[in-house]
Write a protein that binds this ligand. Sequence first.
Ligand code: ZN
Length: 239
Amino acid sequence: METSKQGLVVSAHSADFVWRAGGAIALYAKRGWTMTVVCLSFGERGESAKLWKQPGMTMARVKEDRRREAERAAEILGANIRFMDLGDYPLRVSDEALFQLADIYRELRPEFVLTHSQRDPYNFDHPLATHVAQEARVIAQAHGHEPDTPVLGAPPVFLFEPHQPEQCEWKPQVLLDISEVWEKKRQAFELMAAQEHLWEYYTRVALQRGAQASRNSDRKIRYAEAYQRVFPQVTEELA
Ligand SMILES: [Zn+2]
């Protein structure tokens, strides 16, 4: 049986993957890849302001709402989704959770990984999520870690665009044309009722990166997502 190729997305909060990597996820899902999103938390404290304004709101209900939204968004994008429920503001990751994530790497054997920027002075959960995503990847590569299962290769890691790139010392090194799946991304992020203020913002980001993608190629690209690479690109082609 031919198994499909795998892509892994590690998201600090339950909606981060939609804004920042929804296009890449939908694009690869459309190409027949199995895309898996791991949400380290639901963003229940720090990224659910609108829900908390409702009278009588409880932590359990916020988590449940955010889970449902994220599940529906993942379905629209064509991805599988898993939740680790590690808490947010602050996110804290135990060694046990780190090993769980390493096990996910060994199980899925992703061809690439998408996660947060290395720095983010507005949000300490995001850099921790990227640290953990990268540390788990390295553990999964270690021959002495669970020696009975095959080690992971070296999937490239792409860092998604933070909300304020300049403050995060993040640069767009890869511009991915997501025009053919833009409607799916838009549909998915419109489910994020708790963060309606971001809909227009992320539409502008996609148009901006699209214009830059056109400028850096000979193609007309309307919508794009930008990524920064962690490791050098290995290639036999320069053009
Ligand atoms: Zn977040």
